[in-house]
Design a protein around this ligand. Structure first.
Ligand code: KG4
Ligand code: ZN
Length: 339
């Protein structure tokens, strides 16, 4: 095990200042400081506040991760950092810290794709082969179905949302229901006391491709709320959640059936949703598909996923990034690391 590379990963694409340390595919530390409470009163992440919070939290988060992993900076073999997609100002704090460490330690630096990292965190469950797998990536900015043939070098996107991302739909519905920000966890909690079959919300695109559309569902929830005299908010939350979970799993499992790949990774912030996890377990068991969902803390943004992606790239012999690589607000999913 000790000949496996020791990698530190930094994530600052949104409101989490996060540092993870892995050795090969073993997780050693995962430290997360979130500025979410500073954004709550604005109902969304304020980029400038996020950037400042990253700057303040970064040194402590790095120190704490090293302590947790019981390693020192000198032991590291490489530094990984989220280079996009994300908020540019926020990303720059992470990439500046990573460049500083890489330069001072004379170690390679990998600029990594945030989206690929969400899937790569699955590698930290060492009992499983990495690929092939079908990935359902559901976060605040993306909802995609992916065929994972080589996690370190690139994946094939089978389909994606044509409008709102799954997490975005959760956040927007939560706002309509006047719930706290971020909306996903708030709906998850409220839905626990609601009836998921109370309202039959539309399931969006039922087409035979792997694309999603959630804007119709959002409109239907808003219309229901407006037209119903005494709406039961928990029933709305549970029924909305049921509709979105149904659509995501129907398409993801169709992809496993049609490709003949009997392994499904569900990753990204929405993969922390309790109903999605329970229903995925039930449906995957029925379909005899192996379900791979990282623990909830590794589904929402974290540094361990960046370290995992970097470690996979390093082990696969992928060249490190050229210092000074750009931060990007949008990046295709099939580019796991930067040149
Ligand atoms: O992956 P992530 O942490 O950040 C992005 O890369 O976007 O995903 C954040 C999204 C937010 O939309 C949030 O509301 C959603 O994930 N989310 C959830 C849950 N926890 C986070 N959605 C539904 N249920 C949850 N428990
Ligand atoms: Zn994310």
């Amino acid at each position: 095990m000790s000949n496996q590379p020791l990698v530190l990963g930094i994530e600052t694409s949104c409101d989490e200042t996060a540092v993870g340390i892995v050795r090969g595919r073993t997780l050693l530390a995962n430290v997360i400081a979130s500025s979410v409470e500073e954004h709550a009163r604005f109902g969304g992440v304020v980029p400038e506040i996020a950037s400042r919070a990253h700057l303040e939290a970064m040194p402590t988060v790095i120190k704490q991760a090293l302590l947790e992993a019981k390693v020192s900076l000198r032991d590291l073999d490489a530094i990984g950092v989220t280079a996009g997609p994300g908020l540019i100002g926020a990303l720059l704090v992470g990439t500046s810290a990573a460049h500083g460490l890489a330069l001072a330690l004379n170690k390679p630096i990998y600029g990594v794709n945030h989206l690929s990292s969400h899937l790569a965190v699955d590698a930290l469950d060492e009992s499983r082969p990495l690929q092939p797998a079908i990935g359902l990536l559901v976060s605040g900015g993306h909802s995609s179905i992916i065929q994972v043939t080589d996690m370190a070098r690139g994946v094939k996107v089978l389909g994606a949302t044509i409008d709102d991302a799954a997490g975005e739909a959760f956040d927007k519905i939560a706002r309509i229901l006047e719930l706290d920000f971020p909306g996903g966890p708030a709906i998850d909690r409220l839905a626990l006391s609601g009836n998921p079959t109370a309202i039959d919300f539309p399931r969006g695109l039922q087409s035979s491709d792997y694309n999603f559309s959630f804007s119709g569902l959002k409109t239907a929830v808003a219309r229901y709320l407006k037209q119903t005299p005494a709406p039961h908010r928990a029933d709305i939350a549970a029924s909305f959640q049921e509709a979105i979970v149904d659509v995501l799993l129907t398409k993801a499992l169709r992809a496993t059936a049609e490709t003949g790949i009997d392994s499904l990774i569900i990753a990204g912030g929405v993969a922390a949703n309790s109903r999605l996890r329970a229903e995925a377990a039930r449906r995957c068991a029925l379909a005899k598909v192996e379900l791979r969902t990282p623990p909830p803390l590794l589904c929402t943004d974290n540094g361990a996923m960046v370290a995992a992606m970097t470690s996979l790239a390093l082990s696969a012999g992928v060249a490190s990034s050229k210092p000074g690589f750009p931060t990007l607000s949008t990046v295709p999913l099939d580019q796991p690391t930067w040149a």
